[in-house]
Design a protein around this ligand. Sequence first.
Ligand code: FEO
Ligand code: CA
Ligand code: CA
Ligand code: CA
Length: 678
Amino acid sequence: MTDPIQSYFPTGNTEDAPTDPDVSRPFRELLEARVSRRDVLIGGAIAAVSNFMASSGVAALTRSLERPARLLVRAASGGSDDLLGFSPVHVHAEDRVRVPVGYTARPFLPAGTPICVPYPPYREGGLNTGADQESQAGHHHDGMHFFPLGEGEERNRHGLLCLNHEYIDIAKLHPAGPTVVDGQRTVADEVRKEVAAHGVSVVEIERGDDGSWQVVRGRFNRRITAATPTRFSGPVRGSDHVRTRYSPEGTASRGTLNNCAYGVTPWSTYLTCEENWAFYFVNRGDNPREHDRYGISSTRSRYGWATLQEIDEYARFDASRKGRSAVEDYRNEPNTMGWIVEIDPFDPDAVPVKRTALGRFAHEGCWAAPAVEGRPVVFYMGDDAMNEYIYKFVTAEPYRPGASRGEMLDDGVLYVARFEEDGSGTWLPLVHGDPDFEAACEAKGVVFADQADVLVNTRLAADTVGATPMDRPEWTVVHPDTGEVFCTLTNNALRGTVSDVDSANPRARNSFGHIIRWREEGDRYDALDFNWDIFVLGGPPEDSGVRGPDGTVPLDDTNMFASPDGLWIDARGVLWIELDMGTDQQVRELGRFGNNALLAADPLTGDIRRFLVGPRGQEITGCIGTPDGRTLFINVQHPGEGSEANPVLTSHWPEGGSARPRSSVVVITKDDGGVVGT
Ligand code: FEO
Ligand code: CA
Ligand code: CA
Ligand code: CA
């Protein structure tokens, strides 16, 4: 069996790939339901909806921003005039990071930085071994959190940085790219290095008196990779779905994959989110629904790890049936991925836990709403693929400060969102035995054996109840003061063809993306209903708009953007927006949008300003600050994406010269020592 080498080694991520060719069916049913609902709306609302559905261009965008009918209740005077105090950065296509006048940006902790014993130094040119990589920062830094250490002022200069390593740039990881003979990976240490470059880093860091940050070679430092032992908890633990040759009991697995965005629990653990895990597997036999609905290939696995069949560690990426039962092969290995994984950064010996109650999909992030004593804890999650859904998880147990632990994540209700045309929305429970859920299953002829079956097949469950397919839901965040939840919808090339335009996803072939927001009924995060609107439609001035107190205003040269991905809201209420235009879009739009950037927004006034523009071929992600707001950390992921190894690299950031580009943290400070963004 010979696979074409190119198919193993896509230069970018696989997020743009549609994974559900059948999605048009449930969506059309949903649309029909909306049409009948429209008929009962009164007067102008009918005309507005009809106009919207029939029109295109700026007028339609403006209308979509002025609707839905029930706008969120907003404090018109709540915005502060001076929330943003910097001068916007212009777009550029240079191989450097630019920040506003009065700010400094310093690269820190690039891929390959030694962080664990024996601290193997980074070797330029892809010369590190697999064993080296297991003790070094991984590739493709993504979601990130700063857990302060100590007391008082120390918490602003000392802490644990947890960061995801989403995937790898395989051409640049090895001296001359991967070795492939007749479609087979033949050098096991190359694959060991690739596996080790995935996962999560936990790194103790400290700021010196000169303002620079250093890695502390302390006891907390840890690499979790695509091979680290993990355990299951929640309804799927011990079920037939996750029994494998490695874990016949279905209680454990190896590794976490394609770790994208993140979350933090109220009890200070880190949640890493498994996103495009499906593409690492191959199943050459009949693809069951729990593989097929997630896009697992029947011909090839990403990076070709599964071709190293003589090594069990890598053979598991081939999910084809080979044994007499599931405990003799890895037919269930894909079911061990696609979860929210809890990591305790303060316990370097803690086994990462796959919290299965939060569902299985292309998890982008897992953002906790502010925890309230005596109330359930609520987590918001996006499933980043075209026409996938937005979810929330509500714990069964109420939050008890100091007493609540990760077990709280094992029992609760997983909901999926339906956005109605009139600006209302509903959370639909995905609960086996729930009367509404069972009625939907019966109506669609879908059968789930139990809750483990529902969770392993979360996307199918969401299809079944009539959730709203969205334009690639990425990060979610909750405004600490208003309680509004924001979610990026990065883009969707299939909107208007595979899925129909609706008011929550108002543009056909949505190239530029938008940010939707909602407010829960009664301002209770565990509510079953919500009201939503669109905060901003990305794009150039003639095809964009941001909602402010005085209506809708187009974006301009100082803030136009495309493909919003990461989000973070700081303590002052600044919404930080991180961009991820893919390689094709960046090449196509370079003249207008430049390199991927970081913007700051005041969600109350609609003031948006471009704060930082990164080097070539990267995306901005991982934005997080110290408690005092005076240090901002971001990640620059995959600089030079789309270029092969030397001598044709498009980026040499951060080292410059002829160095290979490396994903890296960037530390941003204000030169006068002030709060970043002021
Ligand atoms: Fe990994 Fe959807 O970004
Ligand atoms: Ca990415
Ligand atoms: Ca992302
Ligand atoms: Ca993205």
